[in-house]
Each structure stands twice: as structure tokens, then as C-alpha cells.
Design a protein around this ligand. Sequence first.
Ligand SMILES: Nc1ncnc2c1ncn2[C@@H]1O[C@H](COP(=O)(O)OP(=O)(O)OP(=O)(O)O)[C@@H](O)[C@H]1O
Length: 231
Amino acid sequence: MLNLNIKKLKIDFKKNNLVDISFNIDDSTALIGESGSGKSLTLKALLNLLPKNLEVTKNIDSNFELNSNSIGFIPQNPFTSLSPMTKINKQFFCDEKKKVEVLKLVDLDKSVLNKFPSQLSGGQIQRVVIAIAISKDVKILLLDEPTTALDIENKKNVITLISDLKKRLNLLILFVTHDIESIKEICKNIVIIKKGKLIESGLTKEILENPKQNYTKILINSSFANKEFRK
Ligand SMILES: Nc1ncnc2c1ncn2[C@@H]1O[C@H](COP(=O)(O)OP(=O)(O)OP(=O)(O)O)[C@@H](O)[C@H]1O
């Protein structure tokens, strides 16, 4: 079984500590916290994309090689993650057989390969981005608020798709979001962070039913309140 253990991740800017956390991913983990809590910095640290002005101490253990092939990244805004002037076909870095195979997994016809991003719908673009992410020998998928830019219908579809891919491809998942509701279907565990520190962690079901910390209760309530508001 795959495992990725963030034994220590400490990120400082000058004398300010921005992140100081440790947690293990052995299935699917949601990383949740209010804006500015350090979620994106944590993802960037895993992707080796932290800006040079930050001081980083990183101790990560995994039972697979952690490199650009084993990490797949799904960004917040699928619309800006594809090159607009390049046909979908040229945005993959794998052979033709693999392209068709991963497109099938995300329920897209191979005819999209011959199109430009502007010829696809928002939901189709997000599916292409997911297909590109899984076209390598991916072991862990990092998702940065992957449904924020989508409407409710597409949001539901993408959540179902990710949940399905996780099972079929046996992937580890680290899902960053503000929206606790969206991770119920996908994530077994939750890690709650505030100002770069771990506040509470455990099984999703248990934390949603019985949050211990006030901060967690507020995050859960605001997520449900938003949902009501959007109805
Ligand atoms: N390059 C940087 N230099 C200095 N401080 C930074 C840098 N990048 C991020 N920070 C600070 O680190 C903290 C955490 O930022 P981060 O982007 O990880 O938050 P986040 O939880 O992803 O927020 P959001 O949900 O709004 O995306 C913030 O206070 C931010 O201002």
C-alpha cells in the first residue's frame, strides 16, 4: 500500500513561521484551513515549487519514488492551466495509446485531442487537466481547490470522477479546500490547519460528526452555510 509521510515541513519567511506541520497520507487526506493558513505552501513544498525567498526544512518519507512523474497536480483554475493556442493533443507528454486510455478514464472521447481549449466546455477542460495529470506514472494526486471555478453540476461530476479514479488507479490523494462538504465523498482523513499549524486531524466521518476544536466547528458551519446560500 502506498504511503507518504510528511515527517516535518517547516517554512519560514525571514523571522516569521508560515508552516510547521507533520502528517501522514496513506489513502486520501483533505487539507483544510481558512485563507492564508498554509495550504498552497504545503502543496508547493511537495511539488518543489516554493519561491526562493522562503526557508524550508522538509523531511518526507514515501514508499515510492517522489518525482515529477509520481506526483500529479490538479490546479484551482483549469482554464489557465492549459495553453490556449495549443491543441489538446500537444499538451500531453505521453504516447498516443496512453492518451486515449486516460481520456477514456475521464469519460472523454479521443476527438478532444484535435481541439483547442477554447472549443471545450469548463467541465471538459477540467477533465482534460485531470487526464494529463494521470497520464504519467502517478502515485499521488495533489488537488488545489479543483472545483472552485466550476458550476454546481460540473463540481459534482468532478468530485465523482476523482473518487472513481482514486479507486481504479489506487492513488494517494491530498485534497486542499475551504469546502468541507466537497471532500466527504473522497477523503478518508482530514487535517485541519490554522496559521500553518495542525489544529485537528483524524477520520473525516469522526471529525465532521464530532469536531473537537472550535476552529473546526466554524469551518464546518461556514461550509454548510455557503452550501445553503448557493442553493
Ligand atoms: N513567497 C512568500 N513570501 C512570504 N510570505 C508568503 C509567500 N507565499 C505565501 N506567504 C504567506 O504564507 C501564508 C500562507 O499562504 P498560503 O498561500 O499557503 O495560504 P492558503 O492556505 O493556501 O490560502 P488560500 O486559501 O487563500 O489560497 C500567508 O500568510 C501568505 O501571505
